[in-house]
Write a protein that binds this ligand. Structure first.
Ligand code: NOJ
Length: 590
């Protein structure tokens, strides 16, 4: 890549300044096993036309930034036409781009231009539900009970003498019930329809052949346009027990017996999707969003003829504690090994409190139920830990996910004006849950300017979510000039991850440490990652070269809440044989 002297002041580079593309990983059929995937929330990434909302042309203009950061793929949260009842996860039409974001031609151009820079595109597919504005749902509302149009969804008569009670007692993870009653043409109350999320997101009936055929067609639509893969939203939810049993009073479910989670029939659906993905000369890849407590049930989705990878939410939501982190790494590697799938390491996404904020709290683990306004946080501590967490995650074997803005260390914005909040999680909790807008605030690109470069200079509209006034020093421009910034740390880590074959291998083994609260693991023969979770400095072995540290070392020791990557010098004494040696390739690729 060639960067000219007149690169924009924000530290990114315009598309025209890019000379030769990085093609080293193109054509590598296994790219997805070790990729760095950057998550773009399009409305908040970069606004090219000054309407205060990010768009696809904005992303195109920032591709050199992503190239320089060192990402292999971009996952776009839904960019389709949507009334935005749930930030785009209410899709009205999979074959059109939301006009606020651009056009289909713009998306095609983006896919091609990203690919020229060695960056693949992953699009989001939401099989559990569509928008209530989707043509199918509008047809279903206009059709009679028992019609084929209604059979694509879950329409049912209500209970009670006048049908005024919902068909089941299921609760929505967005709060409230999961059924909404329709009104018939003559104005009388009609059937109810199921929505596990908001009422504007009616659930599809996956027993209906149209639903299956349509989704396979949508996959082909995007794969034909060059998408390298799909992220499958709420992948554990689409199949329901057709008897629609109540859930209250049930103390637990056997494997595959929950009425709407992790049903066995899902596997057949994803096997069919895999066949579609595998039918391309360069096979496409599937990544699943599955929240499951049972590690073996989780891994079953990753069998060789199903989904390639799935988000590691146990890693993302766990507390900042050596024993807990070690346990989750062990469990992850153990459960993935038998199915031959790479693990993923995810620190956050568009649903989760930003790491800089979360890791500075007394309670560092994440749970949707526990989100409240006004939870105190120590930002400096959170940032220190988020830096260490970045090196930890980037040092582990498998796929790394980076959510936009985490590479800048953006905090959660917890004081958004109430009138700017859009998230249904906030409203359906009666305003108790702050919602997820705080991690979706538009990125700062320049140190100054009314929208910190998110919108072009002179734009008359302000960003759709207001940015904190003190975000100038967090901007790409400011951080690009500071070798000690979070952005510089990410750039260095991703550069090393690419350059060091050990970091792209599957080799991983724990290195015993005497100090509790310190985790150390080896990648390959001589590369070691050490994370100090404890309260004391940790002395490092002398016969090693420091490759990268998340904070300055103190007299050769690793301070608390700091991580380091180092290389043992040839001939250096190994402290002890590895306790565990998990080489997934040895176990499953026979
Ligand atoms: C998971 C997505 O990540 C989240 O943003 C969305 O609200 C739900 N699925 C429903 O689609």
């Amino acid at each position: 890549m060639t960067i000219t002297d007149d690169a924009p002041a924000d530290g990114s580079t315009m598309a025209e300044t890019v000379g030769e593309a990085t093609t080293e990983r193109i054509g590598d059929a296994d790219w997805w096993r070790t990729a760095v995937v950057y998550q773009v929330y399009p409305r908040s990434f970069s606004d090219s036309d000054g309407d205060g909302v990010g768009d696809l042309a904005g992303v195109r203009g920032r591709l050199p930034y992503l190239h320089e950061l060192g990402v292999d793929a971009i996952w776009f949260t839904p960019w389709y036409s949507s009334p935005l009842a749930d930030g785009g996860y209410d899709v009205a039409d999979y074959r059109t781009i939301d006009p606020v974001l651009g056009s289909l031609e713009e998306a095609e151009l983006l896919i091609v231009q990203a690919r020229e820079l060695g960056i693949r595109t992953i699009v989001d597919i939401v099989p559990n539900h569509v928008s209530d504005r989707h043509a199918w749902f509008q047809d279903a509302l206009a059709a009679a009970p028992g019609s084929p149009e209604r059979d694509r969804f879950w329409f049912r008569q209500g209970r009670g003498v006048d049908g005024s009670l919902p068909p089941t007692d299921w609760e929505s993870s967005f709060g409230g019930g999961t059924w909404t009653r329709t009104t018939d043409q003559d104005g009388t109350p009609g059937e109810w329809y199921l929505h596990l999320f908001a009422p504007e997101q009616p659930d599809l009936n996956w027993q209906n052949a149209d639903v299956r055929a349509e989704h396979e067609d949508v996959l082909r639509f995007w794969f034909d346009r060059g998408a390298a893969g799909v992220r499958i939203d709420s992948a554990g939810l689409p199949v329901k027990d057709p008897s629609l049993p109540d859930m209250r009073g049930v103390s637990g479910y056997g494997a595959g017996e929950h009425p709407h989670l992790d049903r066995d029939e899902l596997h057949d659906i994803y096997r069919a999707w895999r066949r579609v993905a595998d039918s391309y000369d360069e096979p496409r890849v599937l990544v699943a969003e599955v929240w499951l407590a049972d590690a073996d049930r989780f891994a079953a989705y990753l069998r060789p003829d199903e989904i390639h990878t799935a988000f590691n939410f146990d890693f993302m939501t766990g507390p900042w504690r050596a024993d807990a982190v070690r346990a989750v790494i062990d469990a992850t590697l153990r459960s993935h090994a038998p199915v031959g799938a790479p693990a993923t390491w995810v620190l956050s996404n568009h649903d989760i409190t930003r790491p800089v904020t979360r890791l500075g709290r007394a309670e560092t683990s994440f749970s949707f139920d526990a989100k409240r306004f006004g939870t105190p946080t120590d930002r400096a501590l959170g940032e220190r830990r988020a830096r260490a967490a970045a090196l930890l995650a980037a040092g582990l074997p498998g796929v790394l996910y980076v959510y936009q803005g985490d590479e800048l260390g953006l905090p959660e914005v917890e004081d958004l004006p109430r009138e700017s909040i859009t998230d249904p999680m906030h409203f359906r909790s009666g305003g108790v849950d702050p919602g997820r807008d705080g991690c979706r605030v538009p990125l700062p690109w320049t140190s100054t300017g009314s929208a910190f470069g998110f919108s072009p200079d002179g734009a008359s509209t302000t960003p759709w979510l207001p940015q904190p006034r003190d975000w100038g020093p967090l901007s790409v421009q400011a951080q690009s000039q500071d070798p000690s910034s979070m952005l510089s740390l990410y750039r260095s880590a991703l550069r090393l991850r690419r350059a060091e074959p050990a970091l792209r291998s599957e080799r991983f083994s724990w290195v015993p440490q005497r100090a509790s609260g310190v985790l150390s693991f080896a990648r390959g023969d001589d590369l070691i990652c050490i994370v100090n979770f404890g309260p004391h400095d940790h002395a490092l072995e002398p016969d090693a070269d420091i490759l990268l540290a998340s904070a300055p070392l103190v007299g050769g020791a690793l301070p608390p809440d700091t991580a380091v990557w180092l290389r043992r010098r040839p001939g250096a004494a190994h402290p002890a044989p590895p306790e565990t040696a998990l080489h997934p390739s040895d176990q499953q690729r026979s």
